[in-house]
Design a protein around this ligand. Structure first.
Ligand code: ZN
Ligand code: ZN
Ligand code: ZN
Length: 128
């Protein structure tokens, strides 16, 4: 009798350990399978998921900070997560990126931070 636990589990993306892949809802089109910005046509298929509304990401993964998990930066596909809204986690302990302070964005260039490649976090050992 734990209805609350059940609800939370359904809302969370499936997370498995061991470098597997999980299928998640495409963040760019929010699962609709169509171009969210209607650049070609409102009816054209989403370039991220190919129209399926679902994308596969390596596990474990984390929501992309650069696009805030939306898969889009302005009307472009996010270069950090390739539009999925999720980025695979690096193995080992992580810390917030010292250069962008975890935002994933380079304030000077308005592009993705070079140090963390837009992830917002880096390996604690200093390796990437
Ligand atoms: Zn899509
Ligand atoms: Zn992103
Ligand atoms: Zn950074």
């Amino acid at each position: 009798m734990t209805p609350l636990t059940q609800t939370v589990r359904e809302m969370l993306p499936t997370a498995r350990s061991g470098g597997e892949a999980a299928e998640v809802t495409c963040s760019f089109c929010r699962g609709h399978g169509t171009d969210p910005f209607g650049i070609m046509s409102w009816l054209s298929t989403c370039c991220v998921c190919g129209g399926s509304g679902r994308v596969r990401v390596s596990t474990p993964y984390r929501s992309c900070v650069y696009c805030r998990g939306t898969g889009a930066v302005k009307t472009f596909t996010c270069t950090v997560c390739r539009g999925t809204g999720y980025v695979p986690l690096l193995p080992g302990p992580l810390k917030p990126c010292p250069d962008c302070r975890g935002s994933g964005a380079d304030a000077a260039s308005a592009l993705a931070c070079m140090t963390c490649r837009g992830r917002g976090w880096v390996s604690q050992e200093g390796r990437q």
